[in-house]
Design a protein around this ligand. Sequence first.
Ligand code: CU
Length: 682
Amino acid sequence: MCVRESKSFPSLWIIFLVLGLAQGLTEIDSQDPEDPEDPFSSTDEARFDWPWSRNKTTKGTPAGLNLKNEYAQMEIASFSDFERHPCRRVCQQGQSQTCYYQLVVHNYQRLGPECQRCQYDERACAAEYCLFGDGVASPVMAVNRMIPGPPIELCENDTVVVDVLNYLGEATTMHWHGLNMRRSPEMDGAAFITQNPVQPGEVYRYEFLADRSGSLWYHSHMGWQRGFGVAGHLIIRQTRQANQHAHLYDYDLVEHALMVQDIFYDHELTTVRNILINGKGRNHLNQLPDNDNRHRYERLRVTPGYRYRMRVLLNGIDNCPVEFSIEQHKLLIISTDGNDIEPVLADGFFLTSAERFDFVLEASQVAKNYWIRVRGYEQCEGLKLYQGAVLSYRGATRSELPRGNILVSPQSRALDADNFLKPTNISGQSKALSAAPVLVNDYRIMPTIAAGPAAFLRLATAEKDNNVGTVALRSLQPVPWPRNTKFRTYYSSFSLRRAPNGEMLFQIDEISYIPPGISLLQGRHLFQDDGYFCNRSSLAAQGRNCQQDVCECLNVIRMPAYRPIEMVVANYMVNTHPFHVHGTSFHLVGQGVVGNMEDLRNIQQLDRQGLLPRLPDHYHAVLKDSVQIPGLGYIIVRFISNNPGFWLYHCHVEAHAVQGMMAVLKIGENHQIKRIPARVRC
Ligand SMILES: [Cu+2]
């Protein structure tokens, strides 16, 4: 029996919490949440006086730092939203810091007792930590009383120290989505894979290096907690010299980071009821008492003539991909999943769960209010779910909403594109206006095998096409392997089948995932892999036919370390699934639709026939950590397995993952994986 080493709350923590709550309330009360005369007042770095930042800078990463004493003062000051956190700064060469955060995960309520005044007075919402949501009361789980949780902003190569305090009535973990944890696999936050869960009343300290930049995020990796609200932005910036897209925009404000989420009410987990943007929005289906709906939408302020970097992520819970667009504005897409790409000027983009897109918006239109439009598809389309936020130009009336509709027909979209005024200074990206909107990552349109490899390549390379597939995006960097590298190919599948008892089984490799009882990373020496794990090959060797039997076990796919790896992942279902692996990002070299496969042998056969083409190395295949597998389609991803460990591999639709659409990649042998004896007491 092994027990993870964790600390119970000392009474000091409680005192800090109480003081922190009081401090947070005082700060919010004493300041104007948004000065209409100066929308950048809280973010103008030159005028911002960080009260304690100068003395806290620690160059490098000192080993053996006395963390508790070092951070005692900040534990009080930085409790709530990190708006004045010293690590929120202009990134400079050679000025890495150690950044401390406290994330309190707790039960909370949407439209709870904090919201009495908020229904009538917009400013009261922030002051009272009211989660108004869409005006429907529901139990939620929040981080520091916020949904999304407080955004964490820091610089590349900062060392991050986060204490996660579990005030829930159940166990939790925190995953740092997009970081590969190359030196610290035990900090990945995958429950029962890289750590045992943090029990109620415990605090768990995550420490890791922010060894990359980009739009990342943090979220719980236990059960449905991400759907209840335990998620937030993790924004890692670069120095201006290192930022290859720095010349494309003037401002990069955290207020312009958007988290889109489909939500459920109460504990009806599989019934999606609305989509919210940064936790806000209206319930368009029900005419709820809503005294002043003008303030219910998230509002993004811009000043005419400037260019803004905006970041969007989908914290998707059910099968609900979304389309994102902004009325009468083009979006210059510059990054996906935190990885810079060659800019693509588009009218909109699609997100499946966990995907992120960063774009530059040029505030070049008439100064008024415009709809930011999020439209749900699949389950959300059937329920007619959509949501809006407001792009509000300085000079426009703040209290007004845009005049048009949030939900528009394709015909209206075409008119919208025609009304667009040509951008004046988005460099080099002006192109002929077209009535057909240019959409990126549209899950509905994919090349078919019937069209053959030539059609695939045309999609991948022709930027003039209005449909820019995910696989058509190009990374700024070349792929990291030499020419003519031979990859070891693994075939895998996502599927759904009905068990004899009627239960719906979401599966990878036709196996429903059963989590282990002990964290694999720490406990790996305690069991024999062959006896403890299963996988497609081992079950076949035992004579099991998982197309007839119900196969439920701990699916661990073993791969050698430090090798070029290729995964061909087939989706037997008609709806798209977001594929995600921990511990590595991957280059997307193939993606398409092939029709009904039902058996991996069929897709292997297609591959042998040369019908699943790969992008050539010179294409600079896009780097992702989450990507959609089209319905009845496939993806081909490549990576170098240079991060030995146990890494979760799963569908990022929460509803699917919790029902078994998960597996584990074991990269390398036990002796190649980092030893973490201090975290296990046996
Ligand atoms: Cu799925």
